[in-house]
Design a binder for this molecule. Structure first.
Ligand code: 10E
Ligand code: SF4
Length: 314
């Protein structure tokens, strides 16, 4: 069996930063530190940090007064920020800077007098955070079909922003439907979809043309990982989302000579290796990596966590 690894795949700069924030908080403050929501959507990452003393909670009322509380990479609503302050928590914000950028952009559109539309998936923590970062009403649109259901005059001053991990193609379709229906609408086109999401989607599209089966390493609650699997499936390749090698089913590979592997932005490379080891149990495997875009994006840590020695380098 030939295995081709997508390039790029796996951790993005926002995930690296978020994990580093929890690690450094543990070093600096000692255990426990509290993390609101999974720091990123990956059980292996969460379990690893839990073993070092991080405690994961869904709501701040589970955090003792005065403790260290870390917001996940997906961002939080302003009400959560206020609640943390009222509880006297020592907050470290691991929201990805590219998610914060969308919050700022949304507030600017609203300040300019426009009604804001958020293109994204209901119930996702990034979507709840973004809605809660904008003063006033935000209209959530999840699909092209939903554009027709918006109860607004065609000349309403509108703006849109998007979730960072959406399918570029689906989002383009929704934006086109919005601009067809409304005459006074502005927005960033698909540029709110972050560099990591765009690069991983482009790579998996190219990879899908070369393989008989596609494996996406990532969690079922990871939006960006689900989008990668969908792209594989859209190109007609049987595509499976797996957390690690233990989830592989031998029958998936019965007629496969070439298997493609990619990983979502929150999936550790060790899990890709675990998948390859599981494939080796089925027979000999030859692994190569597709040529692809190199990513050099890095984000600064919060000032509170930068040691004087590191501060000289940033
Ligand atoms: O479900 P998502 O893809 O949004 O999150 P993830 O934790 O799987 O990956 C990191 C992406 C973030 C934090 C959203 N911008
Ligand atoms: Fe940031 Fe994009 Fe990674 Fe989300 S997927 S954490 S927006 S770099």
């Amino acid at each position: 069996m030939r295995v081709i690894l997508a390039q790029p795949r796996g951790f993005c700069a926002g995930v690296v930063r978020a994990i580093e924030i929890v690690d450094r908080a543990l070093q600096r403050h000692g255990a426990p530190v509290y993390v609101r929501h999974e720091i990123v959507h990956n059980r292996h990452v969460v379990e690893n940090l839990r073993s070092k003393g991080a405690r994961f909670v869904e709501e701040l009322d589970e955090v003792p007064h005065g403790a260290v509380a870390i917001f996940s990479a997906h961002g939080v609503a302003q009400s959560v920020e206020r609640d943390a302050q009222a509880r006297g928590l020592d907050v470290l914000d691991a929201t990805c800077p590219l998610v914060t950028k969308v919050h700022v952009q949304g507030r600017q559109y609203v300040a300019a007098g426009r009604t804001l539309i958020l293109i994204g998936h209901a119930g996702h923590p990034e979507v709840e955070g973004t809605i809660g970062q904008i003063p006033g009403k935000v209209l959530l649109v999840q699909s092209e079909a939903e554009v027709a259901t918006l109860d607004l005059p065609e000349d309403t001053p509108l703006a849109y922003v998007t979730q960072t991990t959406l399918s570029v193609d689906d989002t383009r379709g929704i934006i086109e439907a919005l601009t067809r229906r409304f005459s006074n609408i502005v927005g960033p086109d698909t540029r709110d979809i972050c560099y990591a999401t765009q690069n991983r989607q482009a790579a998996v599209r190219e990879l899908s043309e070369q393989v008989d089966v596609l494996l996406v390493v990532g969690a079922t609650n990871s939006s960006n990982s689900n989008r990668l699997r969908e792209i594989g499936a859209e190109t007609g390749v049987p595509s499976y989302l797996v957390a690690d090698g233990s989830e592989l089913k031998p029958e998936w590979f019965a007629n496969a000579q070439t298997v493609g592997i990619t990983a979502g932005a929150s999936a550790p490379e060790e899990m890709v290796e675990h998948v390859i080891s599981a494939l080796r149990k089925l027979g000999p495997v030859e692994v190569s990596t597709m040529s692809g875009r190199e990513e050099k994006v890095e984000f600064k840590l919060p000032a509170k966590l930068i040691e004087p020695a590191d501060a000289r380098q940033v």
